[in-house]
Every structure is written in C-alpha cells, then in structure tokens.
Design a protein around this ligand. Structure first.
Ligand SMILES: [Zn+2]
Length: 370
C-alpha cells in the first residue's frame, strides 16, 4: 500500500522552493479559496483523486493513496513512485494557467464558426488566422521578440467568456492530467500489456502512424487514463465535460513550447493533432468494452449538445495546431471537419445522432450562402 502521508512528505521535500509562488487566478480556476491551500496541497485535488476508482489488480496501488500537489516549476504534470510505499503526482500551476488561457477563447471560436461558415472562404481564412494570432498573444506563446507586434484584441472575444464554463473545463483538464499520471503509476505489467495490445491494434487499424516506443507508451498511458476517467464518479455526473477535459488537457500538453505553427510531433510525444484524432478512437474503444449498465449510466450523463461541444473542442484543438491555416498543404475544410467530428464524437459513445432531413439541410445551406 502507498502511504499518502509519506507521499506528501516526498512532495514537500522535492518542492520546498516551489511552493510559495501561486497566483490567485490559479485558485480561482480550480474553484478553491487560497486560504485552503496548505503548502502545495489543495483539498480540491485530494478530493478529485478520491473520485477515481483507479487501482491495480492487487489493490495495493490506488489513486486515493497518491499524494497530489499543485506546484511551481516548468513541468506541466509529472509523477513518480519514489519508495515502494510512497507515490506522488504533481500538477503545475503553469498547466492550470495555460489551460485556462487556452479555454478562454473557446466560446468565442464556437460562436464565430456559423458566421465564418457563411463567408467566402478567403475572408473566413483571414479571420480565423487573426483569431489564432490573438489566441497566441493571449496565451503568451507567440514568437519571442514579436510579442509587441500584436495588438491586444481581448475586447473582441472577452464578452463571450463564460467564467463558469471555463472553470469547469480547467477542472476537467486537471482531472485528465491526474488520470494520465495515475496511468503512469498504477497499472501492473499484466494490465499494461493488455492496454498496449489494444492501443497497438487500434493504431494498426485506425491510422498510418506508428511512431517510436516512447511515443506509443504515452498513448498507452492515455488509453489507461481514459479508462480511469470513464470509471470515475466525475464521468457519471457530466460525461461531456469529462471528455472535454481529455481534449483540452491534451491540447495544452502539446501547446507547451510551441510557436505559431507547432503541430509537429516531438521525440517523446505524438503530435497533438494526431492525439486529437486518436483520443475519440480510444474512448470509443473503452465505451465498446464497458459493461452495458455502466455504458448506459454514462450515456445518461451526456446530452447531444454537450457532445457537440466536445467535438467543437476537438475542432478548436485542430485549429490551434495550425491545421486549417492557408499555408498548410492539403489542409482540410473546417466546415466539413465540424460535421465529421460531431459524428465521430456522438458515435464514439454510442448515442444516436440526430441528423437533419436532407431537404431541411439544403434549405439551411441556401440561407447560409445568401
Ligand atoms: Zn505521460
């Protein structure tokens, strides 16, 4: 058994110099009063860890016994088992803040899409590119030295921000990072090999991508983490937000360290756009394997609009990664992709899609064009 108290001591020793730099905005994003903070330990993170049922087959490695800390430093999220009886996971303040700034503009993107769909492609492309520069300015990840060349246009999108939705998304992305770290800590060899066989099978069947061993290992951890998340109480309460946390959290992990067109893969991680495509495949696989009862509990926690939001967030992640830029060779049409991803997400959890009758769809298209 892991001793949570020993895990906490481990984090405290490790992070002695990084525990006093927290920003109030980080606490706001986590819905937690600063006064509750206890040297890197936030009750809300401990509470979230306890909502995961994740454990290995022997029951000796359990999510609830992992010490979770909110820390400073440059790594977004990390975890380790330092002694046989102490495990910890750290979520960095930088991850929370980056997640929040990326989430800030999602509502604006979603609101702008129907209007962009009605514009001539060239004009829509220009606006999408401008929005993207604004996002990078806001997130503070634009090309170094050129930061001041961009005007602050936050007045354009800030009126669309819904604080509560952003906080929900940030919380869900933090839970996803926790699930991913648990997936590094908890599984035994047998569980790992089973997940690995599934992921390799999916990769062979669903994509032309194979990558290197380290990159594939990250996908196996993602797959295990998807299972932990879908088994958690959180997913039973609000499946779309739980799934959104997977998409946003993955986008942010890939976002860290990119510049304006950073949709390339790294040595240790697959490219974010590939993960964006592959994650619904993985959670779809998990859904297909769930007990009927569990699957129907989760479907009850998902409404169609919520699932469309998840799909739009995938579209947002693809857009952020530069896939729809004018310069991009063989780029796809964002309007077509919106429809495709809505179908993919709805199908992945087995909810029947409601599709418009063809004549109504034609009529709507005519209205959009005029
Ligand atoms: Zn990892």
């Amino acid at each position: 058994m892991w001793d949570r108290g020993k895990g906490i001591n481990l984090v405290r020793r490790r992070k002695r110099n990084h525990l006093q730099v927290m920003h109030d905005s980080t606490f706001t994003a986590l819905g937690q009063a600063r006064s509750d903070w206890d040297g890197g330990l936030l009750p809300v993170l401990t509470h979230w860890a306890a909502s995961f049922e994740a454990r290995d087959r022997s029951g000796r490695r359990r999510a609830i016994d992992v010490a979770i800390a909110l820390t400073g430093g440059t790594e977004l999220a990390t975890s380790d088992v330092k002694q046989p009886d102490a495990a910890y996971a750290e979520i960095s303040e930088g991850y929370v803040r980056l997640t929040q700034s990326v989430a800030d503009q999602f509502a604006y993107f979603q609101a702008a899409l129907p209007r962009l769909h009605a514009m001539p492609p060239g004009q829509a492309d220009q606006i999408l590119d401008g929005m993207r520069s604004e996002l990078f300015r806001h997130v503070g990840r634009d090309v170094p030295g050129q930061h001041n060349e961009y005007d602050d246009n936050s007045d354009v999108w800030s009126q669309f921000v819904d604080r509560q939705s952003v906080e929900n998304l940030v919380g869900a992305a933090v839970r996803w990072a926790m699930a991913h770290e648990f997936a590094h800590l908890i599984p035994d060899d047998v569980e790992y090999r089973a997940a690995q066989a599934t992921v390799h099978g999916l990769l062979r069947a669903a994509s032309g991508w194979w990558g290197n061993a380290e990159q594939r290992d990250e996908l196996v951890r993602d797959y295990i983490a998807v299972g932990y998340l879908l088994d958690s109480r959180f997913a039973s309460e609000d499946l779309p937000v739980a799934l959104s946390g997977i998409v946003l959290g993955t986008l942010v992990l890939g976002f860290d360290g990119w510049f304006l067109d950073g949709s390339e893969e790294a040595d240790t991680h697959p490219s974010p756009w590939f993960r964006g495509d592959f994650l619904p495949v993985m959670w779809g696989e998990h859904f297909a394997r769930l007990a009927t009862e569990r699957a129907s509990t989760l479907r009850t926690a998902a409404d169609l609009h919520g699932l469309y939001d998840v799909a739009d967030l995938i579209l947002y992640a693809r857009w952020v990664s530069g896939l729809y830029r004018i310069e991009r060779k063989g780029r796809r049409d964002i309007r077509e992709d919106q429809e495709i991803y809505r179908n993919i997400v709805v199908n992945s959890v087995g909810v029947e899609a409601i599709s418009l009758p063809p004549e109504l769809k034609r009529l709507l298209d005519r209205v959009r064009l005029s």
